[in-house]
Design a protein around this ligand. Structure first.
Ligand code: ATP
Ligand code: MG
Length: 366
């Protein structure tokens, strides 16, 4: 999968501009606030998703413009396609592929991208919710049944929470408590199996990437952590279900007292370590960036195995805080598909990469 050419009109700070990208590494450099991230945002929109910076399409339209368009030639599954996105104030976006009207959602099958932005550092440093989101969104894309399961789980969870909060005022609510716990345990058992196998694939793919990235100095470890009574996350769902239920029953009284769901897969986590030490507590800034990027690159490998094609890789501002060895890895050794990298370093960059270099100034690209 590859983006060959993109033309922007009235998009963010781009008036009229066209760029042709190379098939592998493309480095987009320039000082702050020139339009580097805006260009990645335009590429990302071709996947049919919302922008990674805003939920409002109207923000994409240039301040002095009535509409914005992104026109791109992409190669997907060996076929050349022309995608056009049109954003008009007060209207929903219009999508065409080779001139025919399409829905935004249908673009997902045509063009996929993996994005790494500085925000992704939360993957390593913040609470478990960020790592669960990573699992949920990746598995959701790979396994259609998973998203439905997650939606069911969330509904049951909400209902159980309501009972635990309000049972003192309305004791009759307790009649259905065990029913919801049972439903949650059933969903959990199936989700645990999905999450366990995804985590293993992610760990296996991320470790060699991280090793290479750190010049052989670091070993990235990743371990799926779930409900403590589960002895084998790959056991048949029925067995996991009983173990999750045991855990819930053991915490029934505590949950009633706390008015909260204390047990369940909504507390799952991925334990991430670097050379055996917990990354969340001890990783340096460079290590954090390296580990987060290794996870994203691993996700891309898994995606490639599943679909046969590498998604386009968009790396926004990853070079800062990386030493020379790690920068060299990003610039030259992320193999496979097409990569677009933004950075603030300048002229010197073209001597350090074999890829194409673009320079962005005030919405113009050279
Ligand atoms: P940095 O290195 O700081 O990340 P950047 O090159 O990635 O900078 P962008 O985020 O691409 O910068 O933004 C460049 C400029 O685009 C900003 O100054 C911003 O004000 C401007 N901009 C954003 N949205 C619009 C819009 N809808 N219309 C016009 N200009 C916009
Ligand atoms: Mg930027």
């Amino acid at each position: 999968m590859r983006i060959e050419r993109i033309a922007l009109s009235g998009f963010r700070n781009y008036d009229e501009e066209t760029v042709s990208f190379g098939p592998d590494v493309n480095v987009i450099c320039g000082p702050n606030a020139q339009g580097k991230t805006n260009l990645l945002e335009a590429v990302y929109l071709l996947t049919g998703a919302h922008s990674f910076r805003t939920r409002f399409d109207r923000e994409l339209i240039g301040f002095d413009c009535d509409w914005a368009s992104v026109l791109a030639d992409v190669e997907s599954a060996g076929r050349d396609q022309t995608v056009r996105l049109l954003f008009k104030r007060g209207q929903s976006r219009q999508v065409t592929v080779n001139g025919a009207k399409k829905t935004s959602a249908s673009l997902a099958g045509l063009m996929t991208a993996v994005l790494f932005s500085p925000d992704d550092l939360y993957l390593i440093k913040e609470g478990a919710a960020a790592r669960r989101r990573l699992m949920d969104s990746a598995i959701g894309q790979l396994r259609p049944g998973y998203a439905a399961l997650l939606a069911d789980y969330n509904k049951l969870y909400e209902s159980k929470m309501r009972i635990l909060k309000d049972w003192r005022e309305k004791p009759s609510l307790l009649d259905t408590l065990d029913e919801f716990s049972d439903g949650l345990a059933r969903c959990s058992a199936r989700m645990i199996r999905y999450r366990a196998s995804f985590s293993e694939r992610l760990a296996a793919a991320a470790a060699p990437i991280h090793r290479d990235f750190s010049g052989g100095r670091e070993e990235l470890g990743l371990r799926y952590v779930t409900v403590s009574t589960v002895t084998d996350t790959h056991a048949p769902a029925e067995e996991i279900y009983r173990q999750v239920l045991d855990h819930q029953q053991a915490h029934r009284q505590a949950e009633l007292e706390a008015g909260q769901c204390l047990t369940g897969i909504h507390k799952d986590d991925l334990d991430i370590s670097i050379n055996g030490v917990a990354a969340r507590a001890f990783a340096s800034q460079g290590q954090t960036r390296t580990a987060a990027l290794s996870l994203k690159l691993a996700e891309r490998e898994i995606f490639r195995t599943e679909t046969g094609e590498y998604p386009v890789l968009l790396l926004d501002d990853v070079l800062s805080e990386l030493d020379a060895v790690r920068q060299e890895f990003v610039l030259n050794r992320i193999g496979g598909g097409q990569t677009l990298i933004t950075c603030c370093e300048d002229e010197d960059i073209s001597r350090r990469t074999g890829g194409r270099v673009f320079s962005v100034r005030e919405g113009r690209i050279r």
